[in-house]
Design a protein around this ligand. Structure first.
Ligand SMILES: Cc1ncc(COP(=O)(O)O)c(C=O)c1O
Length: 399
């Protein structure tokens, strides 16, 4: 069912719809953000001057949000928001079955998460211990090492190689006797990818040396890759014990606020994740949207094409400024800005452009910039130009 704004107003009544859509569209107040940040002991993001419109290219989101079909499903399901996901249509188990059938496997091979982060967290809880380390790249997505540290489990960080790719040889060496290897492909924040042959070889070698080590291949940015050597490792995971892939609908599918992710691998490997899963962890609206979004290949193709074009524009603009990004296969770039990420972030924020957080050990030189719409990147690159261009010395005057 396609839901127009008029249908939506008829379902909810104009006043209520305005307040619902207002709440949907409005960003939370900055004060709330800072209060929460202070409470959690996290550094607050820089403040945007009053009256300046923000370009939010700091969290690797799809700037256009969900595709038309998913949006219709979300709006159409509002009346069922009162139902638990096991009691609504479609059911959460329908989504599990749908994902399983897409990959020609059984529902026991799939576990849903409230975003893929729930699954990463569960994997660390399930597969690491005080004597079984987590192996991760440095830098990589921080969720797994953060959880391991909270649990007091050891973490082995393996620096990325000179091309900012996961260092295969060093990760294989570190994996021996480890509980879990987090293999982020493409890697956030370095944006680089390994082809399927390299991933397959990596898995075989880790398993030969350390068969009890579980390998988590996080493919959050799968849909944005344009390197032809890359393919998903899902068939490899389905055929191999102790290997699984995580995916999310938060990136190309534009549904970060809907919190839908999944893990896929052999049933034995999935069992601990299913056990640790929070009851009713996915929302009724998210399930309905995911059911149709996963079948909307044309939306993903269009989103990949849009991102590829805006990414190429951004890379070129940065290169013109003498800042060469790594080979980006994602919806963000990782770039040497010749100053600290903090200095770059604060300077950009003054003009309303929000870029990514610190990524040690490269926080003194590199920034992560997500790819927004072409219009947003035109504005952002103008701001980068003023922030990154070296000041022209004033002739005849000493300062
Ligand atoms: C590599 C990677 N994995 C997982 C996630 C988590 O996404 P979500 O919990 O929204 O699915 C992110 C989010 O930025 C990510 O970059």
């Amino acid at each position: 069912m396609s839901v127009s704004r008029r249908d939506f107003l008829q379902v909810f009544g104009a006043g209520r719809a305005e307040s619902v859509s207002g709440a949907l569209l409005a960003a939370r107040g900055l004060e709330a953000h800072f209060a929460e940040a202070a409470q959690n002991g996290r550094p607050a993001r820089p403040l945007v001057p009053p009256g300046v419109t923000e370009v939010r290219i700091n969290s690797n989101e799809n700037p256009l949000g969900p595709g038309r079909a998913a949006l219709d499903a979300i709006l159409g399901k509002f009346p069922e928001a009162g139902r638990y996901p096991f009691n609504a249509t479609p059911l959460d188990s329908d989504l599990v079955a749908h994902i399983a059938s897409k990959y020609g496997t059984k529902p026991e091979f799939v576990v849903l998460g409230a975003g893929s982060q729930e699954l990463l967290k569960s994997a660390v809880r399930a597969f690491t211990s005080p004597t079984r380390a987590l192996v991760t790249a440095s830098p990589s997505f921080e969720n797994c090492p953060q959880v391991a540290k909270q649990l007091g489990h050891p973490v082995k960080d393996v620096l990325v190689d000179p091309a900012f790719k996961l260092d295969i040889e060093k990760m294989i060496a570190a994996a021996s006797g480890a509980g879990l290897v987090f293999f982020n492909n493409p890697n956030n924040p370095t944006a680089t990818v390994h082809g399927l042959r390299t991933v397959t070889d990596f898995v075989e070698r880790v398993r030969r040396a350390s068969p009890d080590t579980v390998i988590l291949i996080d493919e959050a940015y799968h849909d944005y890759v344009t390197d032809p050597s890359y393919q998903t490792a899902i068939p490899l995971a389905l055929a191999t014990p102790n290997v699984f892939v995580t995916r999310t609908l938060s990136k190309a599918y534009g549904m970060a606020g809907m919190r839908i992710g999944y893990a896929i691998g052999q049933a034995e490997t999935m069992k601990p994740l299913a056990t640790l899963k929070m009851p009713y962890n996915v929302s009724t609206l998210g399930v309905a949207a995911a059911m149709v979004a996963l079948d909307d290949a044309s939306h993903i193709d269009a989103e990949r094409a849009r991102n590829t074009q805006a990414r190429a524009f951004t890379v070129k603009a940065l290169e013109t400024l003498g800042c060469k990004p790594t080979d980006s296969q994602t919806n963000f770039v990782f770039v040497d800005v010749h100053r600290t990420a903090e200095a770059f972030r604060d300077a950009c924020a003054k003009s309303g452009v929000m870029v990514g957080r610190d990524f040690p050990p490269f926080e003194k030189t590199h920034a992560r910039i997500s790819i927004g719409t072409m219009e947003e990147m035109q504005k952002a690159t103008e701001v980068f130009r003023s922030v990154l261009r070296p000041a022209t010395p004033t002739a005849g005057r000493q300062q």
